[in-house]
Write a protein that binds this ligand. Structure first.
Ligand SMILES: [Zn+2]
Length: 82
């Protein structure tokens, strides 16, 4: 599985710290806090995340459990594949 793709491997999911932050557009776990160059203002509360996989900027989706995230990631994959 390539880095940045939705991680649906339970062995991986179960090692993730919760809540799990994921991109709302592509379900990637490869999201990070924004930097100044992304338009963030230092020392203020973070209001969005940047997805390193698809470039989406917005609120990350938070999942309290790995199965919840896995279900979402599987839905994303299914939709993208038609
Ligand atoms: Zn994304």
């Amino acid at each position: 599985m390539a880095p940045g793709n939705p991680g649906v491997d339970p062995a991986v999911l179960n090692r993730l710290p919760t809540p799990i932050s994921a991109c709302s557009q592509c379900a990637s776990l490869n999201v990070r806090a924004p930097e100044v160059r992304d338009g963030a203002i230092p020392s203020t509360a973070l209001t969005f995340m940047v997805c390193l996989n698809c470039g989406n900027r917005g609120q990350p989706l938070l999942f309290n459990t790995a199965p919840e995230y896995a279900a979402f990631a599987n839905d994303i994959v299914r939709v993208r594949r038609g």
